[in-house]
Design a protein around this ligand. Structure first.
Ligand code: 13P
Length: 272
């Protein structure tokens, strides 16, 4: 069944664990995520970015996610990833999304609070959850190096969480979207300071390529949701490239099965 993920993420944070959120935009990405969740025996979050509407509408994604989740043994959360437009959030909520991210990270602090409060009010009418963001990463499909990230200011966290009422909070502690050039460095002192300010689940975007030891350390300090896209997308593309070189390469239906399996394999590695 689909859920809003609220009690799941609270439980996960309290237990010092995390749940992965994979970016999905079609049937195969969703099937890969659910197969990985089944094999891991753990819940999963399906994250559909507002920008993915060129692949499929909210309605199509919701219908597929609901159908798949209804026969899945594990809890599934369908989440709207990175959205800066309240009317798009409204649309997702109207469609049935029970978890949304309002990304006000590019706004001045008071404006971020105000807009996130509005998102929370919209979501409340549906019993849906809102993820906010404080600090800033590079853009969602960035290559992990083009823009300078702004670390989350730990002293602002209590006020932000308190005034907005967000259910989870994305933080910037050295994580970047896309490929890490060199070894990723997470600032755990900063994360501990942030975690001391709020008991809501914390979210680590840009988790591709961070590696389990660091992710485990992050979970022990309050990260309850890790967002993973780049590595899965690359694995899917690599599986397609390899499949194209085989006799099955002339058949898209067969290539797609290989792609789905390639993505599933990488997704499985992200469960704790
Ligand atoms: P990566 O693409 O770096 O894994 O980040 C995904 C993400 O944070 C989506 O919100």
């Amino acid at each position: 069944m689909l859920s809003n993920g609220k009690s799941l993420l609270l439980q996960v944070r309290a237990g010092g664990r995390y749940i992965p959120a994979f970016n999905i935009y079609n049937l195969e990405t969703m099937q890969a995520a659910l197969a990985a969740s089944a094999n891991a025996g753990q819940p999963v979050i399906l994250a559909f970015g507002a920008g993915y509407r060129k692949h499929a509408s909210f309605q199509m994604i919701y219908a597929m996610a609901k159908t798949l989740a209804d026969s899945h043994a594990q809890e599934v959360v369908l989440h709207l990833d990175h959205c800066r437009d309240l009317s798009v959030i409204q649309e997702a909520l109207d469609t049935g999304f029970q978890s949304v991210m309002f990304d006000g990270s590019q706004l001045p602090f008071p404006d971020n609070i105000e807009a996130t409060q509005k998102a929370k009010t919209l979501a409340k009418a549906y019993g849906a959850c809102v993820e906010g963001e404080l600090g800033g990463l590079n853009s969602e499909d960035g290559d992990g190096g083009a823009e300078v990230p702004r670390y989350t200011d730990a002293t602002a966290v209590k006020q932000f969480a308190g005034q907005t009422g967000v259910d989870s909070l994305a933080v910037s502690i050295g994580n970047v979207h896309g490929v890490y050039h060199g070894k990723p460095h997470l600032n755990f002192d900063r994360l501990a300071d942030i975690a001391a300010q709020t008991s809501i689940p914390l979210v680590l975007h840009g988790s591709s390529g961070i590696g389990k030891p660091l992710l485990k350390q992050a979970a022990a300090l309050g990260i309850a949701k890790i967002n993973v896209n780049t590595e899965v997308a690359r694995a899917g593309a690599a599986a397609a490239a390899a499949a194209l070189q085989t006799p099955d390469g002339k058949r898209l239906d067969r290539v797609m099965l290989t792609v789905r399996d390639g993505m599933r394999e990488v997704m499985e590695r992200y469960f704790l």
